[in-house]
Design a protein around this ligand. Structure first.
Ligand code: LLP
Length: 430
């Protein structure tokens, strides 16, 4: 296997950046999440330079749901990223680390009245609606609070994408956004409200998308729709939100596209219309999550047992589907490396599984690895996005700590949970 971008080899041993992986294991134990700070910086930098080459007013709003660990949010904030949030909890995190209100995009298909109040009170830069009822609710809340809302409309253009069916979001049988007719209606109604500044248009067609074409299609649809808004309502929008969804390479078969390819194909579709149907000072917003943090993270886990039942050789580790649910939920492939044997040939085939009492608790099946022994340390790769954020305490398992590596430096950015943490909110049991 070619070397993963966050790894280095020194003196025949595996390092994340300049830190020996086995030192991390010895110091912090397993399961352990490791995040490479320089990889996040590199990914952000590449997307930022590619996009600003086409349009200087580009705002990259990191999708917090991918990994809302505060130190990661802070790192991206320091690089200049805004925040894409989908709950009052994520909004709280953005405020906590000091993201300016106008760099926050608030999305969500079923925002509660109290979440809308929070978003409106904070005066987020863009609040994207997903129904006509939500528009009415926003108008009522904004009138009560006497605050102007920067409003956008998420439109469902029925764009198919090839990805797992659970993470495709832009087709007409999905719950997301407004259909084109309702969306037009929403703009018309919103324009009548004194409390609403109609500014944005939003598409997000899905996640882990590996070709540029669906983004091109969605952007063309967006522009045609905006043309209609301009021609019939004289509306010139200035916040063009293209969503997230840029895929990463989980397996060697995954052919991804570069940020340059994405921007070269998508941005001109929009920028060509800035100054005509879009405002001269328009901001293009991107909402990447996985692209920024996905391949910056690994999950380290220790082998507890190796056993064979029938033809299957099981490697049983101390991380479970509560730490990383993607294989169980989406059949997602995360490559695995035996850290202390990374240079040995793969001579066996194993199914790697965790301690959870469920048959879905399997990370990989029939997977080639060197001969594995008890005590070996496995690295499950590319767990930076939707690993930690979707983790749970299922089976009363404390969630794993997170360390961030930058060059030679290691920072513990989340401690391991204790058993007391698990029951922290329980009441009335004595
Ligand atoms: N914007 C919106 C409105 C979204 O719904 C999402 C993701 C993003 C941006 C960021 O998408 P990304 O750039 O990360 O693809 N748990 C799944 C992924 C769910 C994505 C949900 N929405 C997984 O583990 O693959």
């Amino acid at each position: 296997m070619s070397l993963h971008p966050i790894f280095n080899i020194k003196n025949g041993e595996l390092y994340v950046e300049n830190v020996r992986v086995m030192d991390l294991v010895e110091k912090y134990g397993t399961p352990l999440h490791v995040i490479s700070s320089n990889r996040i910086k590199q990914k952000y930098g590449e997307l930022y330079s590619a996009s600003t080459e086409y349009w200087k007013n580009t705002l990259i709003c990191y999708a917090y749901k991918a990994n809302p660990t505060l130190a990661i949010l802070k790192l991206l904030h320091g690089l200049g990223a805004g925040a894409e949030v989908v709950s009052a909890g994520e909004l709280y995190a953005a405020r906590l680390i000091g993201v300016k209100h106008d760099k926050i995009v608030f999305n969500g298909v079923s925002k509660s009245p109290s979440e809308l109040s929070d978003a409106i009170s904070v005066q987020v830069g863009l609040l994207n609606i997903e129904s006509l009822t939500e528009l009415k609710l926003i108008n009522d809340i904004a009138s009560k609070l006497n605050i102007q809302v920067n409003l956008g409309v998420r439109i469902n253009f029925d764009v198919p994408v090839r990805t797992h069916r659970y993470i495709s979001t832009g087709m007409k049988f999905h719950k997301f956004g407004l259909g084109v007719n309702e969306a037009f209606e929403a703009y018309k109604l919103a324009l009548k409200s004194k409390r609403i500044r109609v500014r944005g248009i939003h598409v997000h067609i899905g996640s882990q998308i590996l070709t540029v074409y669906p983004f091109v299609k969605a952007s063309n649809n967006l522009v045609s729709f905006a043309e209609k808004l301009y021609e019939t309502l004289k509306l010139r929008l200035d916040l063009i939100d293209l969503g997230g969804g840029l895929g990463i390479q989980y397996s060697l078969e995954d052919k991804t596209f570069s940020p340059q390819e994405y921007c070269k194909n998508v941005f001109p579709i929009i920028t060509e219309k800035i100054g005509t149907i879009f405002d001269d000072e328009s901001i293009i917003i991107l909402e990447p999550g996985r692209y920024l943090v996905g391949d910056a993270g690994i999950l380290l886990t220790r082998v507890n047992y190796v056993k064979q039942i029938g033809d299957i050789k099981w490697v049983l580790v101390d991380a479970g589907m509560n730490d990383l649910i993607r294989p169980a939920l989406y059949d997602a492939l995360h490559r695995i490396v035996v850290v202390n044997k990374f240079d040995l040939p793969s001579v066996e085939r194993y199914s790697v599984s965790g301690p959870i009492c469920e048959s879905a608790d399997v990370f990989v099946r029939d997977y080639p690895l060197p001969k594995v022994d008890i005590g070996d340390i496995l690295a499950i790769l590319d767990t930076g996005a939707y690993g930690i954020s979707m983790s749970s305490q299922y089976n009363c398992r404390p969630r794993a700590p997170i360390v961030m590596v930058e060059g030679e430096d290691v920072k513990l950015i989340r401690r391991r949970e204790t058993y007391a943490d698990i029951f922290m909110c329980d009441l009335n049991y004595r």
